[in-house]
Write a protein that binds this ligand. Structure first.
Ligand SMILES: Nc1ncnc2c1ncn2[C@@H]1O[C@H](COP(=O)(O)OP(=O)(O)OP(=O)(O)O)[C@@H](O)[C@H]1O
Ligand SMILES: [Mg+2]
Length: 286
């Protein structure tokens, strides 16, 4: 039975110790209470070692909680008989697409997960064609994945996850290996899937500019959830970001400098268009 509640993924009193870590000193994650809602775009920021990847692995049942629990569509991730189901609801995209592409052609790669679902070959073919069309990969279907650009490879990895018809996509720094064009390409793809198909997204990133379009931003530090809220509240709080070794996006950093120089700008500016708008107003006044 599919759970149709608003909550897709829920972490309750979650603690995770890697084997060998000395308990109870510093667990990789502790005291995490967090729900990911249906259709939500959640951005997850935090310095190196803050527990972001660990949390993604717990959401995807790659790791089991040391304490507390994680439920995906109501199913506990320690329910071993249902792990395949959990991964079908919640697909994962990693930082390096090379580690995710396994087949000799793009077409076979996209079909890889579907082969394990015991679907009829005609249904597999249809799903592959549908997602390839959606992600603009049709012309690459017969290519070997290793000949593609980084952005194209990452889109193939997303297509493989999407062919499983997930309710949620977990992305762990999906643009870290890509050039600016590849980054834009992947972000546009994922934002489109979220908006047009209602697929929830949990997006781990070191780039605050990738978080500005999220519905909610979460900050992890030393394994704890230290702040969450709408992007305009969290991403505009430069002292907070700096205190965790993070930076603001270019708009937020620039707005702070302009305020120091006496520009009267509202406090929660995070988008470039808004900054341009207020600068033009100041210019016109003076
Ligand atoms: N396989 C492992 N065995 C032991 N400790 C680990 C392992 N993987 C991660 N850790 C530890 O768990 C903590 C959280 O690591 P994690 O990889 O989740 O951080 P992260 O926020 O994803 O960092 P980054 O920004 O560098 O990707 C770190 O202190 C790390 O050293
Ligand atoms: Mg990581």
């Amino acid at each position: 039975m599919v759970n149709r509640s608003e909550i897709m993924i829920e972490a309750k009193d979650l603690v995770y110790h890697y084997p060998g870590e000395e308990e109870p000193s510093s667990p990789a994650l502790s005291g995490i209470n967090l729900a990911v809602n249906r259709g939500e775009y959640l951005a997850l920021l935090g310095p190196n070692g803050s527990g972001k990847t660990t949390l993604m692995k717990l959401f995807n049942a790659l790791l089991a909680p040391s304490e507390g629990e994680v439920r995906v569509e109501g199913i506990s991730t320690i329910d071993e008989g249902r792990i395949t189901e959990i991964r079908r609801y919640c697909g994962m995209i990693f930082q390096n697409p090379d580690n995710q592409l396994v087949a000799t052609t793009v077409e076979e790669d996209i079909a890889f997960g579907l082969e394990n679902l015991a679907l009829p070959p005609a249904e597999i073919r249809k799903r592959v064609i549908d997602v390839a069309r959606l992600l603009g990969l049709e012309h690459l279907l017969l290519q070997p994945p290793h000949l593609l650009s980084g952005g194209e490879k990452q889109r193939v990895a997303i297509a493989g996850v999407l062919a499983m018809r997930p309710h949620c996509i977990l992305m762990d720094e999906p643009t870290a290996m890509l050039d600016p064009a590849g980054r834009r390409d992947v972000l546009k793809t994922v934002q489109g899937l979220n908006r047009e198909q209602g697929i929830a997204v949990v997006h781990v990133t070191h780039f605050p500019e990738e978080a500005v379009f999220a519905d909610r931003v979460i900050i992890l530090n030393q394994g704890r959830l230290v702040r969450q809220g709408p992007p305009e509240n969290v991403l505009s709080d430069l002292p907070l970001l700096h205190s965790f070794g993070l930076q603001g996006n270019a708009v937020v950093e620039l707005a702070a400098l302009l305020r120091e120089d006496g520009f009267d700008l509202p406090p929660q500016l995070i988008h470039s268009r808004e900054l341009v708008h207020y600068l033009c107003l100041s210019e016109r006044k003076s």
